[in-house]
Design a protein around this ligand. Structure first.
Ligand code: CA
Length: 321
């Protein structure tokens, strides 16, 4: 069973007038969205993205249990942004990045990380920081080609060019990463306002100094602001604890339904035990008082037996004379 603890913080930064970032941080759903587009349209796009994603995720009819279902939910959000831009010319071309994770309802501690754009999801596991998502950005393609380093990408003049975004087209290509959560895993979702101002070593230092998930979210925003704060900064941090609680309950149920004298294995399902009891009740239990037919049949058998005995005795007397 997974237990999550989350913290979050967003800030306009030191240069921008408005904050176009948005995030969702509810039980099981942790995403950051970084909007783009003039006249506050970016703020609208990122708000629609996290709102629609939350609505779909919390809809009891939609149970996110696989990467495909999370991608469907994100596609629904993409369509909502696209349609909003179609109906309002002041929002034409608005879009947003989106990255984060959803806890699925699979019993084996499965989550799905998803990404569109250049916001990032990191994993802190076993004292090591790892970027789970891959940026859909121009500078990432330059890194992949070996043309520039990660450090050079952070200060590259084209670092803000994204190759994928939500709401630009009627469909969107979504990266999904199914993962099994380990006890002690810490996931960090952030907009590029953090990673353009701070490298992985600086982020790692703040992780080691932090006292809680909320403290870390605020520390990372402060770090980006100290380093210049040229963009909006948003950070969501979630810690996972994995317990054997569910396993213990299953074992207890199995133990209770199996009688001590029964040869059934402890892993026999409870339904089979109920089936056996039902079969005995309906078909094999003998009534406690005999029926009238049973009584007549008994007398008839007794009379026949007596007649045979008498015949044998008479025959014996006759033959001895
Ligand atoms: Ca940004």
């Amino acid at each position: 069973m997974i237990h999550a603890t989350c913290g979050s913080h967003t800030h306009v930064g030191q240069v921008r007038d408005g904050n176009e970032d948005n995030y969702v941080s509810i039980e099981g759903l942790y995403f950051v969205a970084d909007g783009m587009g003039g006249h506050s349209a970016g703020e609208v796009a990122s708000e629609i993205a996290v709102r629609i994603l939350q609505e779909v995720y919390t809809d009891p009819k939609v149970r996110v249990s696989s990467p495909g279902l999370l991608a469907d939910a994100i596609s629904t959000a993409n369509t909502a942004i696209f349609m909003e831009a179609m109906h309002d010319s002041s929002k034409t071309g608005m879009g947003t990045t989106l990255t984060g994770l959803a806890v699925t309802n699979s019993p084996d501690n499965q989550i799905v990380v998803a990404n569109v754009g250049d916001s990032r999801t990191y994993l802190w596991r076993h004292d090591e920081l790892r970027q789970i998502t891959k940026d859909h950005s121009h500078v990432q393609t330059l890194i992949d080609r070996g043309a520039i380093t990660r450090a050079e990408a952070r200060v590259h003049f084209q670092r803000n060019i994204v190759l994928r975004a939500m709401g630009i087209e009627s469909w969107v290509d979504i990266d999904t990463f199914p993962m099994t959560v380990e006890d002690g895993d810490r996931f960090i979702m952030c907009s590029d306002g953090l990673v353009d101002e701070a490298d992985d070593d600086e982020i790692e230092t703040e992780i080691r100094l932090s006292t809680s998930v909320q403290d870390l979210a605020e520390r990372l925003v402060d770090l980006a602001n100290r380093n210049g704060g040229r963009d909006n900064i948003t950070v969501v941090v979630v810690d996972f604890a994995v317990s054997d609680e569910e396993l213990a309950i299953v074992e207890l149920e199995n133990t209770v339904v199996v009688p001590e004298t029964d040869a059934l294995s402890a892993t026999e399902p409870i339904t089979e035990e109920i089936t056996v009891i039902t079969a005995i009740t309906e078909h094999d239990v003998v009534p406690s008082t005999p029926s009238s037919w049973f009584t007549v049949a008994t007398y008839a058998m007794w009379l026949a037996s007596a007649a045979i005995t008498a015949t044998v005795i008479i025959s014996a007397i006759t033959s001895s004379q």
